[in-house]
Design a protein around this ligand. Sequence first.
Ligand SMILES: Nc1ncnc2c1ncn2[C@@H]1O[C@H](COP(=O)(O)OP(=O)(O)OP(=O)(O)O)[C@@H](O)[C@H]1O
Length: 268
Amino acid sequence: MEFEGVESLREELLLRIDEEDAEASRNGDLHPKMSVRDLRRKSEEGRSLLSGVSVDIWKGTVVGVIGPSGSGKSTFLRALNRLWEPSADSVFLDYHDITKLDVLALRRRVGMLFQTPALFDGNVADNIKYGPALRGLKLSDEEVSKYLGWADLESSLASRSVGGLSVGQAQRVALARTLANEPEVLLLDEPTSALDPISTQHIEESIGKLKRGKGMTIIMVSHSVKQIQRIADVVFLLVDGQIVETLKPDQLSNANHPMARMFLELSS
Ligand SMILES: Nc1ncnc2c1ncn2[C@@H]1O[C@H](COP(=O)(O)OP(=O)(O)OP(=O)(O)O)[C@@H](O)[C@H]1O
């Protein structure tokens, strides 16, 4: 992966690059799919939860976000599809300020999977068809099977009631449901923390296929350093509401920040 040029891209971004340049850059293979600039959040009591996060998330990469409990990982992730409202000009999708986009359109383009699956009653196919139906698209059985396949599930599951699924299956159905919206970016907030090792492996395999086969940009929060090392291209270390280091997964032992080092040593 290539990180050179990020400073000039950043300058361009901050200068509000014109549409022509943005289009030219979009057509290139390598560009920041999402950019975050000085993202801040305070709690209602005034405590700083995110204190100036600036980072680029390159198209087609899997980014792992790790750090101590309470360091702001979920808060960071949730800003990226406006589960809370970031300040204007602090989060960009393809160079566009996300606060200027229609929020539902944004959440279709930037899909999210949570720790525990939230499916609605009915069968698996109903859940997968729901998002596209909101946009007037009626998925065929073949398309339902395709999304199930992307989530490493058999198409025979389509007619099953969600009530009878294991947690691992339900999480993969939730993934298929998110994928049915054809997102460009996938946000994963500890998606395997409630799952057994086999289900975890299925989700990890899906993530690999989505990156390799579809060039999807994936940002995953995980408590497992080993999991992040298995699947991420780049790792953000978040400590006290700040990304203190950006490292390749095989370079985590080179972390300099004392809290990041302590966290990594305790987690390995
Ligand atoms: N809306 C909110 N109001 C007040 N405090 C909040 C809010 N959201 C999160 N917090 C607090 O902000 C801090 C960061 O929370 P966050 O969930 O982002 O951390 P995290 O790194 O994902 O933690 P964990 O690894 O335990 O899931 C925590 O102390 C949390 O209690």
